[in-house]
Design a protein around this ligand. Structure first.
Ligand SMILES: C[S@@+](CC[C@H](N)C(=O)[O-])C[C@H]1O[C@@H](n2cnc3c(N)ncnc32)[C@H](O)[C@@H]1O
Length: 223
């Protein structure tokens, strides 16, 4: 699973035991909803899908499942390396009978590498591990290389949403978005990034308010 020696998860290294029902779903449902392990065209996974979205680091999968329930015509790919999160997500997929979610139980960078150019219309990075210490900044998910790869897989006009309640990570990400030739930040007024966007669904980490500022939402468009 871990081709990336620098991938670490902030505060979630240890897994809790997985409940028996979720463990059973990991054996039965996960193989049915897992993303292919070789290069693939996501549109082919759900014929008739109007769009394909990607959620990076879906945690317990609540946001992914709620968006999928709201938009059954959209196929949502979700990536999450931590098994407890994946187990929770497959439970949501099962309980809500979702047919439009596919899961990559690993590092998102491995999933993105298998995707063709311009196949996605939306990407979500919601409350990623903050890595607040300067010496750990290199572990942050948002790096220029990731933005370059996301630009490759997003269609022109596709959207990237980043949210965080760590002020320094917001600044860090905004700097990289503004420096990227591939993205344009869409906020017009301060309220545009301090208020949750209309289609936002509150995430589990967001509710914990572990950061040092109120949640900030950065929406950027692939140019
Ligand atoms: C702070 S949690 C937030 C989870 C969720 N988005 C939420 O808001 O509740 C960050 C998540 O990103 C995941 N993550 C970290 N590195 C990742 C990577 N390289 N690829 C995919 N997910 C990753 C972690 O396992 C963790 O579940």
């Amino acid at each position: 699973m871990d081709d990336h020696p620098h991938m670490r998860s902030y505060g979630r290294i240890k897994s809790r035991p997985i409940k028996p029902r979720q463990a059973a779903l990991m054996d039965t449902l996960l193989p049915q909803v897992r993303c292919p392990t070789a290069p693939f065209d996501p549109a082919a996974l759900m014929p008739g899908a109007e769009e394909v979205w990607l959620e990076i680091g879906f945690g317990g999968g609540e946001h992914m499942a709620a968006q999928a329930a709201r938009r059954p015509e959209v196929l949502i790919l979700g990536a999450e390396p931590f098994l407890n999160g994946v187990a929770s997500a497959v439970r949501h997929i099962d309980e809500q009978g979702l047919k439009n979610v596919r899961v990559h139980d690993g590092d998102v960078r491995d999933l993105i590498a298998r995707l063709p150019d311009a196949c996605l219309t939306r990407v979500f990075i919601l409350f990623p591990d903050p890595w607040p210490k300067a010496r750990h900044h290199k572990r942050r998910l948002v790096q220029a290389d990731l933005l370059t790869e996301l630009a490759r897989v997003l269609k022109p006009g596709g959207r990237l949403r980043f949210a965080s309640d760590w002020a320094d990570y917001v600044d860090w990400t905004l700097e990289r978005i503004l420096a990227s030739p591939d993205f344009r930040w869409t906020a017009g007024r301060a309220d545009d990034f301090r208020r949750p966007p209309a289609d936002h669904i509150t995430t589990r980490y967001e509710e914990k308010r572990l950061g040092d500022c109120a949640p900030v939402f950065l929406d950027a468009v692939r140019t």
